[in-house]
Design a protein around this ligand. Structure first.
Ligand SMILES: *Cc1c(COP(=O)(O)O)cnc(C)c1O
Length: 422
């Protein structure tokens, strides 16, 4: 399947007149259509809520759009909690799924009434010691260990992951929490990242539903919400078939009716914490070709670098690239597309077949809407880019300005040593 940019070369030429490259561009229309589809896919479950994983894209303008579709937020840090509160999310619309959590973050999460999802058994005591009580609503994170296998093979290796607690710890944990006064319980698990199959959520749901039935039989504790967390992936490669959220929602519905309903568990709410699926395809990094280099390989140097999009350097992740205006030209040139960091892994693509790239061409790097800008850093003193929203009516809006050197030097503002720069 061809991957098509959501913007034309002409539109980009218009945007760069006021906002220079590189920048991340977001597609409002796509974000809205997808958020609506997610809502409809789980409408069979009256308690359903998608808690958008803020870490995937912490831009308040974008989170505000998701809020219109009933989404809450899933936070993993103090600043994400602060942002959610400031955007007007109520406590029950905020999930706090953190790990290795500092005390002050538990304090703040409790203060704003967020649902706390504990990563570990020892955190029960730590939380009580920290905030002085056990919240009425509380969730625990499960790790089944071993390898996680579904019909299409081994998906990942939870036994090697730092997250979650064992089944024994989980069962004991709920009983301790009940004894300490908790009233409403949740179960959470995140076992596989970026799954490009409609089978992951239904398989995970089955695992968790069976666990919840067993918990009820053994302890009498009834789980109120089951959080399938993130992991629903996107088709980064043109040959992948994108997930169909309607099929996924129906799959979860089917196991709900098969496992929970016969056990008398008929009003369990389903929660999700998708990040990548909510935003990934609706963002792109727009960058300009500024150098070509012909040595032992052919290189195209662009004005963005790994600071703007780290996934290729960090995971060797594939991001499709379209040369704007050359959508239909034959891909008959092989390039490494590089950024300017003094790191040889600063390459957006290696041995990639593209149309002939000329200096000044705009390269559209697909699927940067999640874990793109958000992972940015400042190595080599590079500054983070602007973010721009392409609105439904075709106009555009700056939704984050680019960093300036002043931002970069700002943490020296309490000293005199580089006074001239801060
Ligand atoms: C990262 C993360 C998510 C979002 O994951 P995606 O793969 O982007 O959907 C959700 N929940 C938790 C706890 C996470 O750490």
């Amino acid at each position: 399947m061809a991957k098509t940019p959501f913007v034309t070369k002409e539109k980009v030429e218009e945007i760069v007149k006021s906002i220079p490259t590189p920048f991340h561009l977001y597609d409002e229309k796509g974000i809205r259509a997808n958020a609506q589809a997610v809502k409809e896919a789980f409408a069979w479950n009256p308690g359903f809520r998608e808690y958008f994983a803020v870490k995937a894209n912490p831009n308040p303008f974008l989170i505000k759009i998701l809020q219109e579709y009933g989404c809450g937020t899933d936070c993993s840090s103090l600043t994400e909690l602060m942002l959610s509160k400031e955007l007007g999310f109520s406590g029950e619309e905020i999930m706090f799924s953190s790990n290795d959590t500092p005390a002050e973050e538990f304090v703040y999460a409790d203060e704003i009434g967020a649902t706390i999802n504990l990563d570990d058994f020892t955190h029960i005591q730590y939380l009580e010691d920290t905030i002085g009580h056990i919240p009425e609503t509380i969730s625990l994170r499960y790790n089944p260990g071993g390898v996680y296998e579904i019909s299409n093979g081994i998906m990942d290796n939870p036994g090697d992951a730092k997250y979650g607690m064992t089944k024994e710890q989980l069962f004991e944990g709920y009983q301790i929490l009940r004894d300490k006064g908790a009233k409403r319980f949740g179960l959470h698990a995140f076992l596989v990242s970026n799954t490009v199959t409609n089978d992951y959520y239904p398989a995970l749901a089955k695992t968790l539903f069976e666990l919840v039935v067993e918990l009820k039989e053994k302890t009498g504790i009834e789980i109120s919400f089951i959080n399938l967390s993130g992991g629903v992936g996107i088709a980064y490669r043109p040959d992948q078939t994108p997930n169909d959220i309607r099929v996924i929602g129906e799959g979860v519905h089917r196991v709900y009716d098969e496992v929970l309903v016969p056990a008398g568990l008929t009003d369990v709410a389903i929660y999700t914490e998708m990040g990548r699926f909510m935003m990934g395809p609706y963002g792109a990094l727009v960058t300009k070709a500024i150098h070509e280099k012909h040595t032992y390989k052919e290189y195209i140097g662009v004005d963005a670098c790994a600071v703007n999009l780290m996934r290729p350097a960090m995971y060797g992740a594939y991001h499709h690239i379209t040369v704007l205006g050359k959508e239909d030209a034959p891909c008959d040139h092989k390039y490494d597309v590089t950024g300017s960091l003094c790191e040889n892994n600063d390459k957006f693509a290696i041995d990639r077949m593209l149309p002939q790239v000329e200096m000044g061409d705009y390269l559209y790097i697909h699927d940067t809407g999640a874990h793109g800008f958000a992972m940015g850093y400042n190595y080599n003193g590079k500054l983070k880019s602007a973010e721009v929203l392409l609105k439904e009516d075709g106009s555009y809006q700056l939704i984050r300005r680019a960093e300036t050197p002043k931002d970069y030097f700002a943490t020296f503002d309490c000293f005199d040593i580089i006074k001239g720069l801060v």
